[in-house]
Write a protein that binds this ligand. Structure first.
Ligand code: COA
Length: 258
C-alpha cells in the first residue's frame, strides 16, 4: 500500500488516507486501494468496525486536481469508465458490512465531503471546512451525489451543490452530514467511545441493522413490512439473537460483547 495505510487491532481496522502533502486528495491508485480494502474488510469476520481518517493537516481535499488534469485528454467513454471506478469505491465504503466511523478534521471538500457522507458515524473537529466545491472547478458532484443525497436530503444538496460554497462544521452538523462536532483534541476519545458501543453489540446484529437501512429506504411500505418482519425473525432465531436476549434476562454479559 502506498496511498493508504491499514492497521488492525482488537477487531478494529483503521484506514488512513496517507498523502498528506496533497491533503489526501485521491487519484486512481487511492480509489482502487480504498475499494479493495473496504471489500476485504467487509468480508473479514475478525473485523467489527472500521475507522476512516486522514494523515496530516486535513481529512481529504477531494479528487486530486492534478490527476483530473490528466482527464482533460480522456474521451467521453474513458471519463465514464473513470467515474464508474470512483463510484465503486464510494459504494464499497457505503455498503461495507462493518460500521464505518469517520474521523474528520481540517478539510473535507468535494470527494472528501463524499467520503464523509458514506461514513455511518462522522465525528468532526469544530474547525473542519466542508464543501461540495466541484462547480467552482466547472465540474459537478455527480458520483458522490447518491450518497450525499441519502445523507443530507435534496434541499441541502441543492443549496450546496449549486453554490459550491465552503461551510463550517456547525452547518455540517445541522444538515446531518456529520453527527458530532468537537474540539480537535477530543476526536480520538470520541472515536474510542463509539468503538466501545459497537464492541458491546452483536456483530451480526450490527451488520443486519446497517443493511436494513438502505433496503427499507428503497422499499414501499408494503414491501418493507415483509423485509422488516423477515429481518427481525432471522435475527431473533439466530444464535447471536438468542444469546443476546438470554444474557439480558440472566443479567450477564453476552458472549459476543467485548
Ligand atoms: N488535489 C490536488 N492537490 C491538492 C488538493 C487536491 N484536491 N487539495 C490540496 N492539494 C495540494 C495543494 O495544491 C498544495 O500543494 P503544494 O504544496 O504543491 O502547493 C498542498 O496540497 C497543500 O495545499 P494548501 O492549500 O497549501 O493546504 P491548506 O492546508 O492551506 O488547505 C485545502 C487545504 C484542502 C483547504 C486546500 O488545499 C483546498 O482548498 N484544496 C482544493 C480542494 C478542492 O477544491 N477539492 C475539490 C476537488 S473536486
Amino acid at each position: 500500500m502506498t496511498t493508504i495505510t491499514v492497521s488492525t487491532n482488537d477487531g478494529v481496522a483503521r484506514v488512513t488516507l496517507a498523502r498528506p502533502d496533497v491533503r489526501n486528495a485521491f487519484n486512481a491508485d487511492v480509489i482502487a486501494e480504498l475499494r479493495d480494502t473496504f471489500e476485504q474488510l467487509s468480508n473479514d469476520p475478525q473485523i467489527r468496525a472500521v475507522v476512516l481518517k486522514g494523515e496530516g493537516k486535513s481529512f481529504c481535499g477531494g479528487a486530486d486536481i492534478n490527476w483530473m488534469r490528466g482527464a482533460l485528454d480522456l474521451s467521453y467513454d474513458e471519463n465514464v469508465a473513470d467515474a464508474e471506478k470512483m463510484s465503486d469505491m464510494f459504494r464499497a465504503i457505503d455498503r461495507c458490512s462493518k460500521p464505518v466511523i469517520g474521523r474528520i478534521h481540517g478539510a473535507a471538500l468535494g470527494g472528501g465531503a463524499g467520503l464523509t457522507a458514506v461514513c455511518d458515524i462522522a465525528l468532526a473537529s469544530d474547525d473542519t471546512l466542508f464543501g461540495f466545491t466541484e462547480v467552482k472547478l466547472g465540474i459537478i458532484p455527480a458520483v458522490i451525489s447518491p450518497f450525499v443525497l441519502a445523507k443530507i436530503g435534496t434541499s441541502h444538496a441543492r443549496a450546496l451543490f449549486v453554490t459550491g460554497e465552503r461551510f463550517d462544521a456547525a452547518r455540517a452538523l445541522h444538515i446531518g452530514l456529520v453527527h458530532e462536532v468537537m474540539p480537535a483534541e477530543a476526536l480520538d476519545a470520541a472515536v474510542e467511545r463509539v468503538l466501545g458501543e459497537i464492541a458491546s453489540a452483536g456483530p451480526s446484529a450490527v451488520a443486519a441493522a446497517k443493511a436494513l437501512v438502505p433496503q427499507v429506504d428503497a422499499a414501499s411500505y408494503d414491501a418493507s413490512r415483509d423485509i422488516t418482519a423477515r429481518a427481525i425473525a432471522k435475527q431473533r432465531t439466530s444464535e447471536e439473537g438468542q444469546e443476546g436476549l438470554r444474557a439480558f434476562l440472566e443479567r450477564r454479559k453476552a458472549t459476543f460483547a467485548r
